[in-house]
Design a protein around this ligand. Structure first.
Ligand code: C5P
Length: 399
């Protein structure tokens, strides 16, 4: 959603300024045009040439350019921008912004900006905790400035506490999500199940599978970047989400996943079932660790798990779109078509473990899509899971 957006990146003089390079890179990579405006002190922390090389624009610091005598128009800049982000925002810059002290180009530009403004505070814990800073942040929030809360952790001073600037990836994601509010899925609620389920045998063992959740997480990020409000019901994975539009609900077993999915499905417009749900669970969970004294272990009695997709399929209301996945080893399309009907899905994404680059843990996937209304599947070439996520959401849009 950053594509084609004009963004002012204001950098004030704090050690976290080094992270602004990564933020700038992220914004440019997302397709934004970025104009860097630095305070004079920020130049002590980071070389303007690094920033101008990455942004492909001269960095603005002074009202006048020393070489050419040219005057930099803060008014034109303020009108040009779709958003302004000040990162890092030091205590001093926040104070100046809150009180309109326009004695440098950054604050002057802020006062001329008609666009939404974001600040990512960064300072030592005592400055952060000072009532003055709290008061200035409250003033800025009341003025409509979006505050990207600092993290609690290790600080450059060696102390540990609240005041560490939010990570650049997260700041970029906040901006992305902000622009997504007028994306094609704005106002839509999307439920996604992802990852494996773990079915406990005893306190240390479980029945699981090789699903990593990558496909479901990619769809969640893509839907969020298109403006959707996403509920991601996730089995145990090593992944994290970056979009603030994703609400993640962590579950372990199929039964827990069913309960969370049913709750979210009540208000969902679209539900996409990517989870690799265990088909069976132990009938009894041992209270304590099973010992290995016996020469042979008799058996573990298993009971069938609920089919989450089919359960939602039975509860589906007109207008709700339910999408399933079918990971097959053979007769992929025929099996997919059968599942589509049996689970009352509107669409099923079929992938075959026989295809190189498709399946568990890979960063790529090769899919075919079968929809309830059509006879022929839509076949796609091998792509990154991010690109596959985009194809899936494009297809859903046609439904
Ligand atoms: O029947 P099969 O497991 O192959 O179906 C796969 C589809 O059904 C996937 O979308 C998967 O997320 C969903 N599913 C489910 N609950 C189960 C089993 C599968 O939601 N217990």
């Amino acid at each position: 959603m950053l594509k084609g957006k004009n963004i002012i990146l204001g950098i004030s003089g704090g050690i976290a300024a080094y992270k602004s390079v990564v933020l700038l890179r992220q914004l440019v990579k997302g397709g934004a045009q970025v104009q860097v405006v630095m305070t004079p002190n920020a130049r002590e922390f980071i070389q303007p040439v690094t920033l101008s090389s990455l942004s492909q624009r001269p960095v603005v610091t002074e009202f006048f350019s020393a070489n050419t005598g040219e005057w930099h128009s803060h008014v034109a800049l303020g009108e040009w921008a779709d958003a302004m982000i000040v990162a890092p925002a030091t205590a001093s810059t926040l104070a100046k912004m809150a009180n309109g002290v326009a004695d440098n180009m950054l604050v002057t530009t802020y006062l001329s900006a008609r666009c939404p403004v974001f600040v990512a505070p960064a300072m030592d814990l005592d400055m952060m905790a000072h009532p003055t800073t709290a008061r200035n942040l409250a003033t800025l929030a009341a003025d409509g400035v979006h505050i990207i809360e600092p993290e609690t952790g290790e600080l450059a001073s060696g102390l540990s506490g609240r005041g560490r600037m939010e990570e650049p990836e997260r700041i970029a994601a906040v901006l992305d999500a902000f622009f997504a509010s007028d994306g094609p899925l704005a106002g839509k609620k999307v439920l996604i199940t992802a990852g494996p389920t773990y079915e406990r045998i005893d306190p240390v063992r479980f029945i699981g599978n090789f699903s990593t959740g990558k496909m479901g997480y990619a769809i969640a990020e893509e839907a969020a970047s298109r403006g959707a409000e996403v509920t991601l019901v996730s089995g145990p994975t090593a992944l994290s989400v970056s979009s603030p539009r994703i609400r993640r609900v962590d579950v372990e077993s199929a039964r827990e996943m069913l309960a969370a999915a049913q709750e979210a499905f009540e208000t969902a417009d679209i539900a996409i079932m990517t989870a690799a749900v265990a088909d069976y669970a132990p009938a009894h969970v041992f209270d304590s660790k099973i010992k290995r004294e016996k020469a042979e272990f008799d058996s573990i009695e298993l009971v069938k798990n609920p089919d989450i997709a089919a359960t939602l399929g039975r509860a589906k209301r007109p207008g709700q779109v339910l999408v399933g996945f079918a990971l097959e080893t053979d007769h992929a399309v025929a099996n997919g078509r059968d599942k589509l009907a049996r689970k009352n899905l509107d669409m099923i994404v079929v992938n075959s473990l026989a295809d190189k680059g498709a399946g568990f843990g890979t960063d790529t996937n090769k899919i075919s899509i079968i929809s309830a209304g059509s006879d022929t599947p839509a076949d796609y070439p091998l792509k990154s899971k991010k690109a596959v996520a985009a194809d899936i959401l494009d297809f859903i849009a046609t439904l």
